[in-house]
Ligand binder design. Sequence first.
Ligand code: NAD
Length: 435
Amino acid sequence: KTRPMEYRMAQLEALGRFLDDKKQEILEATELDMGKPSFEAFFSEILLCKNELNMTLNNLCHWMKDEYVDKNLVMQLDSAFIRKDPYGVVLIIAPWNYPIHLFLVPLIGAIAAGNCAIIKPSEISKNTERLIAETLSCYLDSDCFAVVTGGVPETTRLLENKFDYIFFTGSPPVGRIVMTAAAKHLTPVTLELGGKNPCYVSDTCNVANVARRVVWGRFFNAGQTCIAPDYVLCTVEMQDKLMPALREAITEFFGPNPRESPDFGRIVSDKQFRRIRALLGSGRVAIGGQTDEAERYIAPTVLADVLPSDPAMQEEIFGPILPIVVIANMDEAIDFINARPQPLVVYAFSCDSKVVNQVLERTSSGGFCGNDTLMHVTLTSLPFGGIGNSGLGKYHGKFTFDTFSHHRGCLHRNMGLETLNTPRYPPYTQQKLGL
Ligand code: NAD
């Protein structure tokens, strides 16, 4: 039922109507869940999904086509091609930080590739979870697409079933649990995980521009972004120059009291709030540091002179705190990055493109962005995914379609011309061996 292109297109168009009709409710639900500013919700939860949807609708016909491949001399009259088959029933498990985007973008690819899907939104972003559970079925074919709600016990039960593909976005420890469950059925997985994304700032750069781009990426969604720059690596001289520029950018974006800004979000839960607040003891609070538990507010904060052994450097921050770790030079920054698990993204800022290229060349990460933050994720032409501890597999644009398609290698031979086959049949005479 899900295979014909018309069916896939109709379901994808229905997803587009879901985004249009429910736009206001999505903005309200993400506001209730984590005080997500409307612009940030519109940009990340709606606009980026629409881009993926339009690109898929415009290219699906082309992507679905068999891909004919090179042949050898003996097969000139045959066809050799790659068929893009759906896997079957796929499971999509999503986290809470971009609760619409992170189930919808994989779902676009799952539908485009002709699969059925079970969607498991995060129970932590409960208002958005409710919205998805109550309304998505009004748009999609309920024979083939279902939402399952719940937390750890429900997901554990769900994972006991045999799926044909599992697409998981979340933390590395839960990624391991998902992969272990998938291994029981030999189910292939994509794991979109997290980690600590380093941001190297060289001594030669436009400090004001760096500050604005880093502040935007770090404090977007109150820091609860898997690709946020997690910490800055720079020399002590650059730290001194960067600090006033970071302060200025924070004030420019969020005013003198960010707590009153409609453009600065809140932490999703009390548990996350306490975890992030405990990281404030690292280094020295140079900017911000104020908290309010009742509101789950943590001010945009910059920590100076943070040591690698400090708590803020032991785990993914996933909140509005930016530690600065002082290093002596670029080589030391690269060694620092390479001594840690491969991150989802490496950021490097410099007016000298050789420096940016050196950091790219000598490190390994899921993605890379020079002289900006987050923006690489907006390009549907780039694969998005992690490596090592930050994940396995890639998606966005055509990569999502490919992720959810089994590339079936097919050879369809001509029935005649049997004489061409005789050299490979027994008896294997000395003559056939060319002896
Ligand atoms: P999480 O791993 O706690 O939860 C993700 C999903 O897994 C949720 O739906 C949850 O219900 C389920 N889950 C949680 N514990 C489980 C268990 N024991 N067994 C089975 N299922 C379980 O992640 P989170 O807190 O929702 O999200 C934050 C993490 O996600 C961060 O590490 C962040 O970097 C990462 N993330 C990665 C990307 C990416 O694209 N790579 C995007 C967003 C978030």
